[in-house]
Design a protein around this ligand. Structure first.
Ligand code: URQ
Ligand code: ZN
Ligand code: ZN
Length: 484
């Protein structure tokens, strides 16, 4: 199988240049102007379009059992929606139940993912602690290609860890050369505020945002950074949504600590007022954690991406339909937390980021693909246009536009966060493993051709860890022997 992407402008995180791209057997084999290619190759016309590494979404939840139901998108429908939006790889979360073997949960997710049409990988969550968990983290890191472990500081009574567990697991990540990732919200405070609001008779979706103020996220982010610093584990903070969290991350990075941050597309454009919508079902459809924030926080998160304090963007695609959201109709705390967006991330960032001049096309590629590939150690196989890289490519039309709607999107969700938004910038074609799987209007996916991407430990984030270690090495005071 061979494919020629012709007459495009290649845009990587670093460079922009005119070139044809020739792909064979799923790999980029040729880059150059007016490439001579064997006859019979499929041809994608990239005239007036940008040829970029396919998007990598480092935060998704396909087929996740959560809060009494299971997410509506599976490993076929979710990634397919991603391909229609230019995303060619996801990193999903294996979330064991407390007391469940991490290896058993890993096998369950791997079985579910056998239907994937594009490549995938897994972070594994540590939702309890014991010598068994410690042992299994070693097996996952050494034998199963898992180099990142997730920790929840929220969701009390379900998957939340206390500081002792956090410390032990972060220390284990350091030992294994793995990245510790964290959902940083103070679960105790949230539980307290939820009960206080419910006792006041506030049972609607507006209770959700009021039980999760930015300070609750900021406190937990700072605490996670402090714990990670104490054991010198590299830390990746998922869905950073507010100034307080961003500030903690930026300060730690300025201090040389190996801390990384992720922004969700939705936290850049959706306002907190959606939690106060009079239409209860519509407000419930917006319930996710952290909740949506005011403009000052959204502007700060854009600033974090511009300054490099935040490195990646994701969707936290965790799709629940209206009947599932209705589980919380009498108590907002029972509403399954999560929203979709895997198909729209790139268009949102292009329309609201590049078209507005907030970020350049090269920065767009960095925050939608290359940075995640580097942080999670699959670069340059992924996240790059280079001879030998996987032919996961999006042919991006920078001027074409579309109106987002749940009636036309490819997710199983009955709701779309960006409903009615007219966005400029879309995938004219998406190529996965050298095969055109989206042609701008139709998906041409094959169930099960997606591959599990094994991710070795000790990504280059450990260069920063070592430097920080040297900077903060314990000091002993040499004292003369006390005279006898
Ligand atoms: O917290 C997460 O990342 C998962 C459980 C998705 N739900 C959400 O509200 N973000
Ligand atoms: Zn989370
Ligand atoms: Zn999530």
């Amino acid at each position: 199988m061979s494919l020629l992407i012709k007459d495009g402008t290649v845009v990587t995180a670093e460079h922009t240049y005119l070139a044809d791209i020739y792909c064979e057997e799923g790999i980029i084999k040729g880059i150059g102007e007016n490439l001579e290619v064997p006859s019979g190759a499929d041809v994608v016309d990239a005239g007036e379009a940008l040829v970029m590494p396919g998007g990598i979404d480092p935060h998704t939840h396909m087929e996740l059992p959560f809060m009494g139901t299971v997410t509506a998108d599976d490993f076929l429908s979710g990634p397919s929606a991603g391909l229609a939006g230019g995303t060619t790889m996801i990193i999903d979360f294996v979330i064991p139940s407390p007391e469940q073997s991490l290896l058993e949960a890993f096998d369950t997710w791997m079985a579910n993912a056998q239907k994937a049409p594009s490549d995938y990988s897994f972070h594994v969550a540590v939702t309890w602690w014991s010598d068994q968990v410690r042992e299994e983290m070693g097996i996952l890191a050494r034998e199963r290609g898992v180099n990142s472990f997730k920790h929840f500081m929220a969701y009390k009574g379900a998957i939340m860890l206390d500081d002792e567990m956090l410390l032990k697991s972060f220390e284990r990540c350091q030992e294994l050369g793995a990245m510790a990732t964290v959902h940083a919200e103070n679960g105790e405070l949230i539980y307290h505020l939820q009960n206080k609001l419910l006792a006041m008779g506030i049972t609607g979706p507006e209770g959700h945002v009021q039980s999760r103020p930015p300070e609750v996220e900021g406190e937990a982010t700072q605490r996670a950074i402090t714990v990670a610093g104490a054991v010198n584990a590299p830390l990746y903070v998922v869905h950073c949504s507010c100034k307080q969290s961003l500030g903690a991350i930026a300060a730690a990075r300025a201090n040389g600590q190996a801390v990384y941050g992720e922004a969700l597309a939705q936290h850049l454009v959706i306002d907190e007022s959606t939690h106060y919508l009079p239409d209860q079902a519509l407000a419930a459809a917006h319930i996710m954690s952290p909740p949506f924030r005011s403009k000052e926080h959204r502007d700060a998160i854009w600033g974090g991406l511009q300054s490099g304090a935040l490195q990646t963007t994701a969707t936290d695609h965790c799709a629940f339909c209206a009947p599932q959201k209705a589980l919380g109709k009498d108590n907002f705390a029972m509403t399954p937390n999560g929203c979709g967006g895997i198909e729209d991330r790139l268009s949102i960032l292009w329309d609201r980021g590049v078209k507005t001049g907030l970020i350049t096309p090269n920065e767009f590629v960095r925050i939608t693909s290359t940075a995640a590939a580097k942080i999670f150690n699959v670069y340059p196989r992924k996240g790059e246009i280079r001879i030998g890289s996987d032919a996961d490519i999006v042919v991006w039309d920078p001027e074409a536009s579309r109106t987002v709607s749940a009636s036309t999107h490819h997710s199983n969700m009955d709701f779309n966060l960006y409903e009615g938004m007219h966005l400029t910038g879309l995938a004219r074609a998406t190529v996965s493993h050298g095969k055109k799987v989206w042609d701008g209007s139709e998906l041409h996916v094959e169930t099960g051709v997606g591959q599990y991407i094994s991710r070795p430990t000790y990504s280059n984030v450990f260069d920063r860890v070592r430097k920080y270690e040297a900077l903060n090495a314990p000091r002993r005071v040499e004292r003369a022997e006390a005279a006898e």
